[in-house]
Design a protein around this ligand. Structure first.
Ligand SMILES: *Cc1c(COP(=O)(O)O)cnc(C)c1O
Length: 417
């Protein structure tokens, strides 16, 4: 019999997942911008990519590293499935600097950025009937990706009144015998918080008690500028096994290079014994790889990026966060309950009842884009309705301008007394 219709068709489940990603949501908001009508150049505080600003320009070491890698002609071939050894070793050495254990190349697997690492993690943990614990608010790719996994997602809260600490009792109440892992993002996206060492130990002890893996998303590792130091979760790998996700994107400010990693800190060998270490390897062998030329540049980058580069970036972020947090107090109907201490984000709460004609966080972001050519990220998409996420990683004068526009917008939309 001849088929009447094409065998392929539109996938609505995929649309639904994609509509949840930062890129898609920002695209919708961006559609509302008309710089000619407002006479204002666009200010984009909707995502964490400051690579467009001159003050965040990357270290020249990166360019040298890539040029050397290309000129060597050694990195034109296919890499091994989990990455080339010198690059894995360089990442292992880099991570070991902050750990009481020594990681080797065998503990590190390379990915095309941390987003890819998230996809890999959700693949190797997947089995029907299992569940995974995500923070609320969360980084949206976890939610979007989990829709394609048989894993059931359960959310525990981060508590704004406690500096966005994990609600440990909530975690305990959510977990059961089918829970496989808990995801933590520290320094935090979207909250800009940093966990204390005591809190992290408690999380590790709870993971041990619940017999679950700790997935530590540390793409903002070392990007801290408050009172608390950055401590990698891997420090507690002897309490419960830790799988760390890392990336060049945020600390080196080159998200376009698409290079990240998955590292295992498991001094008791639990992942080896349970076979999960082999499962991770198998997942990566059948996944995409980061480009070999980028892998070839990694040892040079890890060895030669000067501390002064990172210190300067943290100094800029601290200045931006201080200024943003202080000046936000001038603006009515918005509040930031916790001063950012790391990453490049702050969560800001909208006092919706004070606005005359703002229905919710999406409406706020859409109108702000239209009237002020300014982009913020609606909180519903990170799990916090009627909040907005602000990236303060921008040039100081841009951020000052953003404050002025935000204030004008809030005053213009205030309910008349
Ligand atoms: C930006 C970000 C990622 C993705 O990083 P890439 O390496 O660019 O893919 C993952 N997790 C969090 C929390 C992020 O903010």
């Amino acid at each position: 019999m001849e088929k009447q219709e094409w065998g392929f068709k539109e996938n609505h489940e995929l649309h639904a997942a994609a509509s949840f990603t930062i890129r898609n949501i920002l695209e919708a908001i961006m559609g509302n911008i008309d710089e000619t009508a407002t006479g204002k150049p666009m200010i984009h505080l909707g995502h964490g990519d400051p690579s467009v600003y001159p003050c965040f320009k990357p270290s020249p070491v990166l360019e040298e590293a890539l040029v050397q890698s290309i000129q060597s002609t050694q990195f034109n071939g296919y890499p091994a499935g989990v990455g080339i050894i010198p690059a894995r070793r360089a990442i292992a050495e880099y991570l070991t600097r902050d750990l009481p254990y020594e990681l080797t190349a065998d503990d590190v697997f390379l990915t095309a950025g941390a987003n890819h690492a998230i996809e890999v993690v959700l693949t190797f943990l997947s089995r029907p009937g299992a569940n995974i614990l995500f923070p609320r608010p969360n980084y949206p790719i976890y939610e979007a990706r989990a829709r394609f996994s048989p894993l059931e997602v359960r959310h525990f809260d981060l508590l704004p009144e406690k500096g966005w600490e994990v609600d440990l009792d909530g975690v305990k109440a959510l977990a059961d015998e089918n829970t496989v892992a808990i995801v933590l993002i520290n320094p935090g996206n979207p909250c800009g918080n940093v966990f204390t060492i005591d809190h992290m130990r408690k999380i590790a002890e709870l993971a041990r008690e619940l017999r679950i893996l700790v997935i530590a998303d540390e793409v903002y590792a070392h990007q801290v500028f408050g009172q608390k130091p950055f401590i990698p979760m891997g420090v507690f790998g002897d309490i419960a096994p830790v799988v760390t996700l890392g990336s060049l994107s945020k600390r080196w400010i080159i998200p376009g290079w698409r290079f990240g990693w998955i590292a295992i800190t498991d001094p008791n060998g639990i992942l080896r014994k349970t076979g999960l270490a082999e499962t991770i390897k198998s997942t990566l062998v059948i996944a995409a790889d980061p480009p070999t030329v980028i892998q070839g540049a990694i040892p040079y980058i890890m060895k030669n990026t000067p501390d002064s580069f990172f210190l300067n970036i943290n100094k800029i972020l601290k200045g931006a966060s201080d200024m943003f947090y202080e000046r936000l107090k001038e603006i009515p109907f918005v509040a930031c309950p916790h001063k950012p201490e790391g990453s490049m984000f702050a969560m800001v709460k909208l006092k919706l009842e004070a606005f005359a004609d703002v229905a919710d966080d999406t409406d706020f972001c859409m109108k702000l884009a239209k009237e002020e050519s300014m982009i913020l990220f609606p909180g519903y998409a990170v799990g916090m309705k009627n909040w907005v996420r602000v990236s303060f990683a921008a040039e100081p004068n841009v951020l000052q301008d953003a404050i002025v526009r935000l204030k004008a917008f809030c005053l213009r939309h205030a309910k008349q007394q």
